[in-house]
Design a protein around this ligand. Structure first.
Ligand code: NAP
Length: 284
């Protein structure tokens, strides 16, 4: 049984490969599909097979999937290009005759209003139309998305956002990676849709309380409208499209679109998700 992981030199991809090996998959049965072989040196040293293919190159992807049974398609990071890129990956998997595609999507991809959702929805639709069985790993937000803002929040005493009193069921990349690995090594995954989020479902006000507790400094949540939040992020130097995307995600949080009580993550990984306080403590 050979499993290919795309985006293998990315943060999630590397963690998925670690999680597969931890779960007893032999490195020689893992194919890391990367666009830059130099970045994959440490994977090669562990005995993982490296194959080079860009998401834009269907022919290279088809040969990268030669002899592969299962493919984990990790969504690309080039927002706006992803429908074409993911379609190439799926075309290639079909041409190579793989038996299962797992795809890292986003929570409630078919109904979510956040700006990142349409590319995930379109990819899921392409997969549904494929003769290859597919499993959707609908990941929630990463807690890591927030770590770069902790210092400023602690210094200013304010956690700023546009999430209203919506709950967010985030989890660490490592927990999502463990869930992906668990799905990949389990039989009969075709057709399954996992809504993946952490066990602690927090509003931003509650998140600010945890941050205050862990840091020992007062931090309170201040909510602003989506457009004002985007403008603040732009003013802080973020590129326009990133500021707009983050503000859109916060608006989604206010509507409950990055929340889930499915229990799917815990069921797949066989343990509770990593506690938020632990994530913040190690970040600080
Ligand atoms: N749920 C969330 O909160 C959240 C947050 C951020 C991102 N995401 C999504 O989850 C994915 C994985 O997250 P991550 O943290 O692992 O992101 P990441 O570290 O940026 O990894 C993205 C991976 O995609 C690869 N890639 C991008 N464009 C490619 C192309 N044209 N051809 C081949 N490979 C390409 C990158 O290759 P290189 O290593 O060569 O750069 C990298 O390995 C992201 O790509 C994004 O779709 C989710």
């Amino acid at each position: 049984m050979t499993t290919a992981v795309t985006g293998a030199t990315g943060q999630l991809g590397g963690l998925v490969i670690e999680a597969l090996i931890e779960r007893g998959v032999a490195p020689a049965e893992i194919v890391a599909v990367v666009r830059n072989a130099d970045k994959a040196a440490s994977l090669a040293e562990r005995g993982v097979e490296i194959r080079v293919a860009d998401y834009s190159d269907t022919a290279a992807l088809t040969s990268a999937f030669g002899g592969v049974d299962k493919v984990l398609l990790i969504s690309g990071s080039e927002v706006g290009q992803r429908i074409a890129q993911h379609t190439n990956v799926i075309d290639a998997a079909e041409a190579a005759g793989v038996s299962l595609i797992a795809y890292t999507s986003v929570l409630a991809a078919d109904t979510s209003g956040i700006s990142l959702a349409p590319e995930h929805k379109a990819t899921e639709e392409r997969l549904t139309a494929s003769p290859i069985p597919a499993v959707f790993l609908r990941n929630g937000w990463y807690w890591e998305n927030y770590l770069g803002s902790l210092g400023q929040a602690i210094d200013s005493g304010v956690w700023l956002g546009a999430g209203g009193d919506g709950k967010i069921a985030a989890a660490t990349r490592a927990d999502y990676a463990a869930a992906a690995a668990a799905a990949l090594i389990t039989d009969d995954q075709g057709g399954k849709i996992y809504e993946l989020g952490g066990d602690e479902r927090l509003t931003y006000a509650e998140f600010a309380e945890v941050l205050a507790d862990v840091s020992g400094k007062p931090v309170v949540y201040k909510d602003v409208p989506e457009s004002e939040y985007a403008a603040i992020l732009q003013g802080a130097g973020l590129p326009d499209f990133v500021a707009t995307m983050l503000a859109s995600a916060d608006a989604g949080i206010s509507r409950g679109e990055l929340d889930t009580d499915s229990g799917d993550l815990q069921a797949l990984i066989g343990r509770p998700s990593t506690p938020v306080a632990e994530v913040l403590r190690s970040a600080l």
